[in-house]
Ligand binder design. Sequence first.
Ligand SMILES: Cc1ncc(COP(=O)(O)O)c(C=O)c1O
Length: 457
Amino acid sequence: MTTAELATALPEIVTAQVPGPKSKELLDRRDEAIPKALCGKTYPICIKQGSGAMFEDLDGNKFLDWVGGVGVLNIGYSNPEVIEAVKKQTEKYFHTIFNVYVHDGYVTLAERLNEIMPCKGDKKKTYFANSGAECDENAIKIAKAFTKRSGVICFTGAFHGRTNLTMALTAKKAYAIGMGPFPAGIFRAPYPYVYRAPKGYTEAEAIQYYIDELQKIFDEGAPASEIACMIVEPFQGEGGFIPAPIEWVKAVRKICDDNGILMIADEVQCGNCRTGKYYASEYWAEAGAAPDIITTAKSLGAGLPISAITARAEIMDAAPAGTIGGTFCGNPVSCAAALAVMDVMKRDDYAGKARHIGEVVMKRYKELQEKYPVIGDVRGLGAMIGIELVKDKETKEPATELAARLIQNAIQKGLLLENCGTAGNVVRFLAPLTMTDEQMEKGLEIFEASLKEAMEA
Ligand SMILES: Cc1ncc(COP(=O)(O)O)c(C=O)c1O
């Protein structure tokens, strides 16, 4: 099958079981060659080629991908314009070390991001790193340099990466076992998940509860004058696909303004058109609560490693020479890919595509919520949607095994899904925004059939 044919194909299993024989052989070799920590058994899938929202495995099974490389493939697999830009760049040079000799792609990409990033201020600057963890870590270093303070506030459910500092900010304890000691001065407040606020609260009361909990850090943890920054995911990803309510964001903005604290929006997963805006912080800016610093990665380079930190010039210029930078940061091939991604996403209105897909999927998920008592909360922003499985709507007890069975069933029918959330009971929707309407319908059909089977097991 050609990649052009694959882009519009429908999910279909051609071997009786996943994994088929060719994939099985590679999986066995993987188990011998790669650390156990990276050899999970949930996804017995080996890719041969991808196109649009589809990929084909080594055995010819065709999958519709609703995971999208965990937010990396907003523009789909192997976009031809990105391929062309990467080819052109590789024919010129692969690498320069930016602080020794400058290349045009780095500067142009920075200028383009400075224009569109909805953070506070007029004159902005951007610095590039290689991954989500690196951009978050560097945003915090820059915030410390600017404020001359060392404290950092993060939130429950947060995921910011796996370097020593970002691991300390990441909430999931299992990811950090035996990895300490971690840096001092990190404080954690509850992320404003209204659905799980103390029983009986109205939405407004729940938001106030989360604001009060945040304030407690200043009373019990550290004075506000010692805090450099707060780092928040506008739409929490790994923690369970939860949008931060705008009234809470406005209150956080005020707390930051009143106390000289910088507000960092981590758009590593939710950025690059996923939520129906180019960056989710646009929703905050429209409400008068723009963050000071925005970090992004994943779909920025369509799969090539690149991440960005953008803020007003006075913040970015506070980092002394030598404190930021790295050999591969702003690699020319990654910058070329990111520039092509931005051209395509702006020209073809990818934010609009996310709104369209989001509307259709959300409507269907809400119908499923009415129909099946195992579906608790359903929430989303654009095409970033979480559907939560519970044992009982009243108690909201997580149905973790049910989510695992649903995912397994869907894989056998050609739909790739992934879970998230502290209990692993939220199924996330992160399909490439290139998905056709026909593929979306087929995916929704498979989703419901897989859920029904999982409930009957
Ligand atoms: C919100 C957020 N921040 C940071 C990261 C870390 O990114 P990376 O895995 O590229 O280091 C992730 C990864 O999933 C993420 O979702």
